[in-house]
Design a protein around this ligand. Structure first.
Ligand SMILES: [Zn+2]
Length: 121
């Protein structure tokens, strides 16, 4: 019995286990080649998923900006827009900034995960 890295999630699992405890990746009855191939496929799928998540996060960020500065754009009061935003919070601004923050955080997390995934290869 040996400890191997799960091809699905890269966590340590026993090679005698039928499936990975962490992600459910099927380990039994597979030779090293097909395990490696499956890992490659899973990794590619995850990368695709993360890339589209990154796009969504970016879109969310842009929507947040649009919502947060919608009032300001309506008023056309450019020089004081920051002061204006700080001191006259509206529901739209609060929601807008929340979405913006969420989008940015999500984007950063997804970026980090893509970076890790690519480095592991
Ligand atoms: Zn796993």
């Amino acid at each position: 019995m040996a400890i191997i890295n799960c091809p699905g999630c890269s966590k340590r699992v026993s090679d005698k286990a039928g499936a990975c405890d962490h992600c459910g990746f099927l380990l039994s009855g597979q030779d090293t080649d097909s395990l490696a191939r499956q890992a490659q496929i899973q990794r590619k799928q995850l990368l695709n998923k993360l890339t589209s998540q990154q796009m969504t996060a970016m879109l969310l960020f842009v929507v947040g900006i649009a919502a947060a500065f919608y009032d300001w754009a309506e008023e056309g009061a450019m020089p004081n827009f920051l002061v204006d935003t700080m001191f006259t919070p509206s529901v739209l601004k609060i929601i807008g900034f929340s979405i913006m923050g969420l989008g940015l955080a999500w984007y950063m997390i997804t970026r980090g995960r893509i970076y890790n995934l690519k480095r592991k290869r």
